[in-house]
Design a protein around this ligand. Structure first.
Ligand code: GLN
Ligand code: ZN
Length: 752
């Protein structure tokens, strides 16, 4: 069997692209030097794949920033304001990605959005009324030739016109359909150009096909491909990933593509579709069976069995085995890990290791199969039976907080005695150079635990005092001990392990290093109690302002980690929920009256198809959150926070989290969400962020008053909180103080 890789990591084994780009932005290296670094990254990737014996290796899977942005460039979808900057091609590209400021001009970047159900963000192309799509295939040609020069014949990758047009933003009155003809022309021309280069295959990626499609969407797909495919001069692979094509399958396989790439890892219906409707005999089936998103070893025996079923269902057609999506979503190689034991590393397959997996499976290499079998012969970790038992015995009661919301609301109003429109912040305060240095020095062993803690205590005392001076009602300790809201908790939980170099691209050249859920999760020790108790002790004894405890919720901890595959996400979420629940109860027992449980990433793993939202996700994610706080006293006020406000479609589920207060981002997109809160009779008290913390700008008092007045039209005043829209850790101290002073002044005005 032949093998195919949908795409390879483009950041480099040691994040070379990140460092080279940063130098280029700082003007310490030239464009040629940056291009040289990129060339080396591409070459390394191609060589690795060729050495591993991969048959279908991609070119044009590289990007200096993002593949959607490359596609916009390829089609000439460059908004006029960027063209007007009169920069070089590369700098125009970077201006669209990052914004551009000079003495004469100040242009913001195009917005970013999450790429399907990954933690990768793409640049949202903007198509203007006057945009004329025109093909520019220089990047594609040069990368193809570069690979050819290295002796590697590649399949050329490109994001398809359907996905591109569906994800683009239209700033004028036109829409995706208005550009279908022009886009089709460009792609038709692209096919010709690719053929001219000598390429045999073009991989057109259409992940949008795994969403629920409307008739209009299907019409658009038709309008595009009925024009692009006739008389095609090279072979075209229609590549899908992140799910299955479901009800569109029977239509799609009728199109004149030469191959179809289907995902058998996340596409839970793919095999059924194949079994039910068969597969065209004269086409190739690219079967995504090696998970491109996780870091665990493939189970060869299971995969071989799956392939046997696939081949049986697609009788007669040739099967190529492939990754389930681009390997962009996994780290580069386990070889960079120096601290983890060989025993642990044997269970990991990052991008490079997945190449060998593809080849082993394709060759049915018996020695490799025997080796692989050993990994799965025993449970990887000893099961925590007591914990499993506790989870299996959970009943509705464990997820239900009593008394019910309304009664709690009244009790808390009395107990906390807060003014109307209480003011608060989301948790973190500016992480100054000193704060970071203190943590780094402690990690490196340069200072003692005592020195480290003393510094943090000083910072906490100062932070509390400042908040009291400013006049905020609910205080926070400031989170100076935290590097990252997930890593910090992971480090205090048994069952987590951490890598040194397992970086995954998040946006542009920025990477994240998610921790790995290795075993059953339990809390090692109290995590935040000392800090919170200390912070509360710093507060003025007369005014008795509450200090909020600050935790990360189980769903967010799980969503920002590499999850296990040997137990369900639900099981794992409940394990984490128990650990955080213990922390909640300890905070409460130690006099903390308000506890915030952040669920910044709750929406991130919402399945792409609506039919799966509840059964696959919300039905355990919301209960996991409930479990964390269901044991609290009525007086204890539970807050949660979300870094976005696009939760209208799941607004009832959010209300069912049964928090007492939710704060969220609303400063940019307020009206719709406010309307929805009102319509749905949202019960939870709300703090829609009154200003945007993502910019150093200080909001004026009037502006905040206006925002609150607008909110008052939709939210009962007795339920409304006043707060910024997210944590303040990325801000400077000066602008933060000024902004918070204005926020408090605005609250006083509104109360008056
Ligand atoms: N409590 C966290 C903070 O204030 C929340 C961060 C987030 O929402 N991403 O930083
Ligand atoms: Zn946030």
């Amino acid at each position: 069997m032949k093998t195919s890789v949908i795409g390879f990591p483009r950041i480099g084994a040691h994040r070379e692209l990140k460092f080279a780009s940063e130098k280029y932005f700082a003007k310490t290296i030239s464009q040629e030097e940056l291009e040289q670094a990129a060339k080396q990254i591409r070459l390394d990737g191609w060589k690795k794949q060729a050495e591993a014996g991969i048959d279908f290796i991609s070119s044009n899977d590289f990007s200096f920033y993002d593949g959607m942005l490359d596609t916009a460039f390829m089609l000439g979808a460059i908004p006029a304001r960027y063209k007007a900057l009169c920069l070089s091609k590369l700098d125009t590209f970077f201006a669209m990605a990052r914004g551009f400021q000079s003495e004469k001009s100040d242009v913001t970047a195009l917005p970013m959005k999450k790429w399907f159900n990954t933690n990768y963000h793409y640049i949202v192309p903007e198509i203007e009324e006057s945009t004329e799509l025109r093909l520019d295939a220089t990047k594609i040609a040069s990368e193809y030739k570069e690979a050819a020069g290295a002796g590697i014949k590649t399949k050329i990758n490109v994001i398809g016109p359907f996905t591109f047009l569906k994800l683009a933003h239209y700033s004028g009155t036109k829409n995706a359909a208005s550009f279908a003809d022009d886009a089709a022309k460009c792609y038709k021309q692209l096919l010709a150009e690719c053929a001219k280069l000598g390429a045999e295959w073009l991989q057109i990626e259409e992940p949008y096909l795994v969403f629920d499609l409307t008739d209009e969407d299907k019409q658009l797909f038709k309008a595009l491909y009925e024009k692009i495919l006739p008389g095609k001069p090279l072979k075209v692979l229609l590549q899908t990933y992140f799910g299955d094509v479901r009800d569109f399958y029977t239509e799609i396989i009728k199109y004149d593509f030469d191959a179809f790439g289907l995902d058998f890892v996340e596409g839970k219906e793919s095999l059924n579709l194949l079994k039910k409707y068969g597969f065209p005999k004269d086409k190739l089936l690219f079967a995504g069976v090696v998970n491109g998103k996780n870091i665990w070893r493939n189970n060869y025996e299971k995969t071989a069995a799956l392939i046997a079923e696939i081949e049986k269902a697609a009788a007669g057609a040739e099967t190529v085995i492939s990754t389930s999506c681009s390997l962009l979503h996994v780290p580069y190689t386990t070889k960079n890990e120096e601290k983890l034991s060989a025993e642990i590393l044997a269970h990991f397959a990052f991008a490079e290791e997945k190449l060998k997996e593809l080849k082993d499976i394709a060759d049915a290499d018996s020695k490799a199969f025997a080796e692989n079998k050993k990994l799965f012969a025993h449970e990887r970790v000893e099961k925590n039976l007591a914990l499993a038992d506790k989870i299996s015995k959970l009943t509705a009661k464990d997820f239900t907080r009593v008394p019910a919301f309304a009664e709690r609301e009244a009790i808390q109003k009395k107990a906390l005695n807060l003014p109307p429109f209480p003011t608060t912040t989301i948790g973190s305060f500016p992480q100054t150079q000193e704060v970071r240095k203190n943590r780094a020095d402690f990690k490196k062993g340069l200072i003692s635990k005592e020195q480290y803690e003393d510094f943090n205590k000083k910072m906490i005392a100062r932070c509390i005092k400042k908040q009291e001076e400013i006049g905020l009602d609910v205080l926070v300790h400031g989170e100076f001990e935290r590097n990252d809201m997930v890593e910090y908790f992971g480090e205090n939980l048994d069952g987590y392990i951490f890598t040194q170099k397992a970086w995954v691209q998040s946006y542009g050249t920025r990477c994240v290093k998610p921790p790995v859920v290795w075993g059953d999760i339990t809390r090692k020790n109290q995590i935040t109690v000392d800090w919170s108790v200390y912070a509360q002790s710093c507060a003025d004894k007369n005014s008795k302002k509450p200090v909020k405890g600050m935790l990360t919720g189980p769903v967010t901890i799980l969503n920002w980690s590499f999850p296990r595959e040997d137990i369900s996400l639900k099981e794992c979420a409940f394990q984490i929920a128990f650990a955080i629940r213990d922390e909640v109860l300890d905070l409460e027992a130690n006099g903390i009256r308000i506890i915030q449980i952040d669920e910044a990433a709750l929406k991130e793993k919402l399945p792409l198809r609506k039919a799966d939202w509840h059964s696959e996700y919300l039905d355990w994610a919301i209960p996991a959150f409930n479990l964390v706080h269901s044991g609290c006293k009525a007086e204890t006020q539970i807050h949660t926070h979300m870094c976005y406000s696009e939760f209208i479609p799941i607004i009832t589920d959010i209300d069912n989290m049964d928090a007492d207060v939710i704060t969220f981002e609303a400063s940019r997109s307020n009206l719709e969400i406010l309307q929805a809160l009102k319509e749905k009779n949202f019960r939870t008290e709300v703090g829609p962020g009154v200003y945007d913390i993502h910019s150093p700008r200080v909001p004026s008092v009037e502006e905040i008053v206006a925002a609150v007045n607008k909110m008052k039209q939709f939210v009962k005043p007795s339920k409304l909180w006043i707060n910024p829209d997210c944590g303040l850790k990325t801000r400077g101290e000066t602008e933060t103080d000024a902004s918070l002073k204005n926020l408090v002044a605005a609250a006083k005005k509104v109360r008056g």
